[in-house]
Structure formats: structure tokens, C-alpha cells
Design a binder for this molecule. Structure first.
Ligand SMILES: [Zn+2]
Length: 258
């Protein structure tokens, strides 16, 4: 937000109210995107005899060695080579809240364990390692360890069959810097984009934050006016834009929607 128009007294009261933790729903699911660079179209196949059945195999012409990118922000927690069986060379990314993604049969790795990745980050290259009979990317989304039906930008993939998926992953995907602005009261960080999500942290007035993406959530009135925009400042960490100085009213140009 840009404009500061509330009196300090009013802001002080509102900031205090924002600290009261309501009942907390589960953490919001990450917004997963097609695991290839912005603008690319890939043929994705689901089939009932796949293992696990909810996985997608991706192909396009001459795809051996093509870059594979992170589906959503997170922390790389597996980079391993199972040899000539199963996933072969694969990467797993932990997105928080029990969500993870798998990228299998890779030709090579471009990340290491513990690395933080964002949208569009190249993590490896399409290959045919492990139990694979030709180059393709085997991709999974999991919740608490179980493969779930895959969604891109919240939309369910085709079950069952083959469909073309066009990536908007990392398109104009910049980050922005913001500053927490309160009357001095610490600002509550939530696990999702709303006051109904769990309080996971507090940030002191004046704290500098990196904004990875923005989304609509609970409408909040704060230091910089009234806004329904929430800023994602880390994995499972959201703050209201009404308490974030960004130099922009509304959405920040070049910062993606979550
Ligand atoms: Zn597969």
C-alpha cells in the first residue's frame, strides 16, 4: 500500500485487534504452476496404470535436456539418484503445510538440498533416468506424503487423458521489497491470506520483507488504508498489504499472483 491516512490512535487499536488469533484453518495450498519455463506448452498425460496414479508424465518434441522449473516456492529437501530403477535422478521440494512436489527421471540437477527456490527456478533437466523408457518428466504433487490430484493455478488437471498445459510459471516473476508499518505494535504473520489463518509469527514495525507474490484475502484496514491484498513473504507466511509499505496502491507491477 502507499497512502497513509489513518490516525495513529486508530491504527494502534486496529493493530492490537489484528493480534487476536481466531480459530485457525489449515494452511492454504500453494499455487502450483506447470513445472516448465514461462510460455512453454507441454503435453501432460495421466493414466490409471501410472504409479502413483495421480502423477503426470510430461513430454514435448525433442525434450531431452529441457529445463524443469520449481512448481511453487519452497525448500529443496531431496536431490538423489536411485540409479536404474524407480525415479532415477529426482528432486523433491517441500512447500510447507504438508505439500511437496516430485520431479523424476531427470538428466541432471541444478539445485542442492536445503536450497530455497521460487517460481521459475530451474531445478534440473528432462531425462530418462531410472525406470524410464524414454525422455519425459514424471511430476507429482503430494500432501502429507500421499500423491494428490494435480492442480495448476488451482485448476484440476485432466483425469484421465492427455492435455496440453501452457506454463505461466515465472512469467514476469519478480519480487518486491516492503516495509511493515504499524504504530509500533508488532504485526501478526498468518499461515494464509486472511485473519482466519493461524498466527505464525509477529514482525516489528519497520521490518523489511521480501514479497514473493500477492493474493486477495480478508479485507483489512490498517496503516495504509483498506485492502484485501495479502503479501506472501515466505513459505506459509502472509501479511496484510494494509500494513505493508510497498510504494504502490493495489497490486505491485511484476510481482506475480500467488
Ligand atoms: Zn511417470
Amino acid at each position: 500500500m502507499h497512502k497513509r491516512w489513518w490516525s495513529l490512535a486508530a491504527v494502534s487499536l486496529l493493530a492490537a485487534v489484528a493480534l487476536v488469533a481466531p480459530a485457525s484453518p489449515a494452511m492454504a495450498a500453494p499455487t502450483f504452476k506447470v513445472p516448465f519455463p514461462c510460455g512453454q506448452s507441454w503435453s501432460g498425460q495421466t493414466r490409471t496404470n501410472h504409479s502413483p496414479t495421480n502423477a503426470i508424465d510430461f513430454n514435448r518434441t525433442d525434450d531431452l535436456g529441457d529445463p524443469v522449473v520449481a512448481s511453487a516456492p519452497g525448500t529443496v529437501d531431496v536431490v538423489t539418484d536411485l540409479g536404474g530403477t524407480s525415479y532415477g535422478k529426482y528432486v523433491r521440494i517441500n512447500h510447507g503445510g504438508g505439500y511437496s512436489t516430485y520431479y523424476a527421471h531427470l538428466n541432471g540437477f541444478n539445485v542442492s538440498v536445503g536450497q530455497t527456490v521460487g517460481y521459475g527456478r530451474v531445478i534440473g533437466w528432462v531425462g530418462t533416468t531410472g525406470g524410464s523408457t524414454g525422455p519425459h518428466l514424471h511430476y507429482e504433487q503430494r500432501l502429507n506424503g500421499s500423491a494428490i490430484q494435480i492442480r495448476f493455478n488451482g485448476a484440476l488437471a485432466l483425469y484421465w487423458g492427455t492435455k496440453t498445459y501452457t506454463s505461466d510459471n515465472g512469467c514476469g516473476g519478480g519480487t518486491a521489497t516492503g516495509t511493515v508499518g504499524t504504530s509500533g505494535t508488532p504485526l501478526t504473520v498468518r499461515s494464509g491470506p486472511g485473519t482466519g489463518y493461524a498466527a505464525v509469527d509477529t514482525l516489528a514495525n519497520g521490518t523489511t520483507v521480501t514479497i514473493y507474490c500477492q493474493t486477495n484475502g480478508t479485507t483489512v484496514t490498517g496503516t495504509y488504508g483498506t485492502s484485501s491484498i495479502w503479501n506472501r513473504i515466505g513459505t506459509g507466511r502472509y501479511i496484510s498489504d494494509a500494513y505493508t509499505y510497498t510504494g504502490h496502491d493495489g497490486f505491485i507491477p511484476n510481482v506475480p499472483r500467488c
